[in-house]
Design a protein around this ligand. Sequence first.
Ligand SMILES: *[C@@H]1O[C@H](CO)[C@@H](O)[C@H](O)[C@H]1NC(C)=O
Ligand SMILES: *[C@@H]1O[C@H](CO)[C@@H](O)[C@H](O)[C@H]1NC(C)=O
Ligand SMILES: *[C@@H]1O[C@H](CO)[C@@H](O)[C@H](O)[C@H]1NC(C)=O
Length: 907
Amino acid sequence: MKWFLLLGAVLAVSAVDRAKFRRCIDTAFCRRHREDKSLTDYKIVSNSLKFNDTALHAILKNKENSLVLDIVALKDSTIRLVIDEFEGKEARVRTRWQPLDALAKAEPEQQKIKKSEVGKEESWFETEDGHKVVVQHKPFRVDLYAKGTLVTTINSRNWLRFEHFRKGKKTKDGDGFWEEKWGDHKDMKPHGSSSVSVDIALLGFKMAYGLPEHSETYALRSTNNYEPYRLYNLDVFEYEINNPMALYGSVPYLAATNPRRTLGVLWLNPSETWVDYDISRADLGVVGKLVETEDERADRIPQINTRFISETGLIDVFFFLGPKPHDLFRQYSKLTGVTPVPPQFSLGYHQCRWNYKDEKDVREVIAKFDENEIPMDVIWLDIEHTDEKRYFTWDKEKFPEPKQMVEDVAKKGRKMVLIVDPHIKKDKNYTIYKEARKKGFLVKELGGKKTFVGNCWPQDSVYIDFTNPEARKWWSEKFALDKYEGTTEDVHIWNDMNEPSVFNGPEITMPKDLVHYDDREHREVHNMYGFYQHEATHNGLIQRSERKLRPFVLTRAFFAGSQRTAAVWTGDNAATWEHLKASIPMLLTLSTAGIPFVGADVGGFFKDTDPELLVRWAQAGAFQPFFRAHAHTDTKRREPYLLDENFRAAYKKAIETRYKFLPYIYTIFYEHSKNGKPVMRPHWLELVEDEVGYDEDRQWLVGNAILVKPTLEAGETRTSVYLPGKREIWYEFDTGKARPSPGAMQIETPIDKIAVFQRGGTIIPIREMDGPRASLAETKADPVSLYIGLNNRGDSANGTIYLDDGETFAYEKGEFAFWGFTFKKEHDYLFTITSKNLDKKGKLESEILIDKIYLRGVKFYPQTAHIYLDDFVPEDLPFEHDRDSQQIVISNVGAYLTKEWKIDLHG
Ligand SMILES: *[C@@H]1O[C@H](CO)[C@@H](O)[C@H](O)[C@H]1NC(C)=O
Ligand SMILES: *[C@@H]1O[C@H](CO)[C@@H](O)[C@H](O)[C@H]1NC(C)=O
Ligand SMILES: *[C@@H]1O[C@H](CO)[C@@H](O)[C@H](O)[C@H]1NC(C)=O
């Protein structure tokens, strides 16, 4: 097969080929903006500034340009600033494309302005929720005050730049305005360069996070004397770690925090974007005097300077004013959406490889998992399952009876995921190609007439134009069970290569001058190409069951808002300890930027892994939202059952641990769908008072209750952990031993152990399995135990559980249960544990019983324990109390999860 040759050639390169990818200085607009530090001196045109009941409107002007400015007050402490070309007397050459599909609602809800004033030198307004926007007229500058504190200033460096679309060349147009070369590729710009940039400073912050996707530290680093962070979705072969090079997806969003407040900035622009970032002091900027207080001099106030530079599009920036971390996540997710509760199987363990060769191979892998009693929910098929890379088809020799295979896989509740990429084999006999071409759904070459043909897995390939709504509709229909041969409702989909990857394109992607729907250039839509594909796939999977079953879609490329329709993985990593470490900040960054369902290939995609690394990676993956093992076709087989006994047992234990924690993880996904908080959390989200943990990169929180620190070094059997928070108590999960915070400690982590702690003051549900389970479907009736970690005073704790059928949308109609558990000290001799329905709209009555209750951090001496069930007649409960370790275990609780009950512990 031809592509093997191609692959062989590519594999000869051992690391990322940097020469393939542009740096800022290789990119005309970036170079121009970055190097030009001259002041642009925009000012508000006098008498142009007006208010309506929600927004400020004005015209900006400098020597060359006129622009229109809108600053809109949005609900929930959010401010939007939009700068566009001014229509003036002449009609604009072209409107700028707006990526409104990235937003949950194209028209975010506005809020009323409470007070406003048009002044001579500055004008201002105040929102109903108490924030103030001040616009300085000359030079133009915008200051945002969150409840009286200046938190951000826009254009304070006076660097606002905005290039107009033009009708024809002018001699003074600068370098790269009309065409630009990269390698053998020439990029034509028929409308001239239309790039934009502005500086945005964040006052009072010295740390910020976000701007995925890069393989970088969690806290953003200064880009002074280095490359800016680049956002341009690219298929980077063997990416390097600690590098701001662009990767597969982009979210132009960053969040900053200090102990008193948080701030988020979304630069809503899907064209190629570069972000400069550095950390400075307020006295060095122009607003120092405005932030200075009697208690704090400007030279003590940190300031983050950023500059966003985009190749085209609008300046459309959203500011989220917090102030608390959970406010910020709510505000950002209200704008760009949340991940709906995933189907439960997708939170189990996924086994993938390029490739499971044929039906026999699939059956053998499944049989081996069963034989070794290792749970596994999903087996994946990569590109080789198709008829020569024609997606939606099967290789008839290797997969003669795919439907039967899927049905057999599904017998124990397991699912399959098939790959469907956006490039389409150019083959007149291939229905998908024929239809797409006939309907005009393919991306065109410059000029808009000829279909673009690039090289990808099937050799000559065309690309579906997913920016066309009709093309998306058509694509969605392809997943219908009567159209997609060999599939059943147990098949879900993986969209790979959707940056999009074009092997012979500039930087392995599409030329920017290609033409999309509505005469848009590829450069205008690039970072949303993958977004549109996975959205259409998601919709297709929903439609095929007439909106009965929840879909699962995995994507490699993404943009802001991708969380609404797909899970994301970090692409083609490698089997090294460095890559295992790098996966943590990468996943935390995605989580911070609103995408919660994320994971990295367990084991590392490229290269052979060694068993120790594989097991350590599985332990980390067990506590990350998306848990999938994957491997390159050239690697040795590495399914867990192939390992030697001690490694096999450790890998199996990691997967079982995931299945035990699943009721808790599922609950966090549900809570995310309500409050926007991610599953995998940076320390500052929960423990904002503890600045030491702000840039923590090696450990993370799962929800609000669990702290995880994987072992990240070869040969290490003692792992150091930082216990965050001021005066928190953390309980080592396996032993229940209490540790105070803040503090660092060492914990023994032999090969079968990962360091996991439960935070004092929390209650979490854990599944008890009394034997092997093939998949999550087989755990449905298993009882749950409650782990109660008392707070540092030993007088309270609380937690929740969410339950539904795990697969349908019936939860939207009340088929769910959301219950809370509370431990409370009533008085010196009475402590209670109670359950309560937290959402009466949930009508689900579960058969699941509570088995045991573990209490940690018990400072009292219980004499008796009683439970009150429905009939209000107390029954004795057996319990064991260990005074030394301050733990109680109550067994045979026998209460239903979705019924009210109360336990009294008498001291
Ligand atoms: C006020 O202006 C904003 C921004 O241009 C616009 O979205 C909004 O619809 C306007 N409100 C009214 C009542 O016209
Ligand atoms: C297309 O299909 C026909 C009929 O099945 C076959 O004869 C022909 O070789 C095919 N062409 C290509 C390019 O595969
Ligand atoms: C749970 O406990 C925390 C910490 O004491 C408290 O802030 C929160 O309001 C409690 N939640 C419920 C539902 O009681």
